[in-house]
Design a protein around this ligand. Structure first.
Ligand code: GRF
Length: 197
């Protein structure tokens, strides 16, 4: 029996963070097995990327709402995650708010990466919010997921300076590069017991 953490990853987008997590697992840097990658978007890049790593990848219907899972969908996500044996859930660009039964089913076991230095710029397109505001530094935050929007305890942050000639797009690219080292490194510290929640 592997003593590695069984990790599920949920995402709605291209899946670059999934790639960094899968590579860190393969390199033995992150003591986890990714047991399921699930998405609310049928043709999301993250599912293709997951399949490329030979990981189990599933589209799961999100239900009738646009920004959250409805009750039936939430139950389907919990059931799929349970079936996979997942102990921890890493959100990697999952564009729906998780609440209620989902968070109760994985209490204090859901982690997210957000593209700003929280508590500044929660919500959507945080890199654009930071760029528009004119801050001189921003970055990314790995945090626990609670019932609020980007409000859970902060586990780690990476700082990215805003350059004179940055556009929102170039800033976003550099924030993502930082995410790709911060997320696997932080999960490794968490699973090794070096960070207490
Ligand atoms: C990341 O920038 C993350 O901070 C945000 O969603 C994005 C996901 O990107 N929550 P990817 O799908 O991992 O490339």
């Amino acid at each position: 029996m592997s003593d590695k953490i069984k990790l599920a990853v949920l995402g709605s987008g291209k899946g670059s963070n999934l790639v960094s997590l899968a590579e860190a697992c393969a390199a033995g840097m992150l003591p986890a097995d990714i047991v399921l990658v699930a998405s609310d978007v049928a043709d999301a890049g993250i599912l293709e990327r997951a399949a490329g790593f030979g990981l189990s990848a599933r589209f799961i219907e999100p239900g009738k709402f646009r920004t959250k899972l409805d009750e039936t969908a939430e139950a389907a996500y919990v059931a799929a995650l349970r079936e996979s044996g997942a102990e921890w859930v890493a959100l990697a660009g999952f564009m729906r708010i998780l609440k209620g039964d989902f968070l109760r089913a994985f209490e204090k076991k859901v982690v997210n990466i957000h593209p700003s230095l929280l508590p500044a710029f929660p919500g959507l397109e945080a890199w654009k919010q930071a760029h528009d505001y004119g801050v001189k530094a921003t970055g990314c935050t790995v945090h626990m997921v609670d019932h609020g929007i980007d409000t859970g305890s902060i586990l780690a942050q990476g700082v990215v300076p805003v350059l004179e000639d940055d556009t929102a797009a170039t800033l976003h690219q550099r924030i993502q590069q930082e995410e790709h080292t911060l997320y696997p490194r932080t999960l490794a510290r968490l699973f090794n017991g070096e960070i207490r929640v």
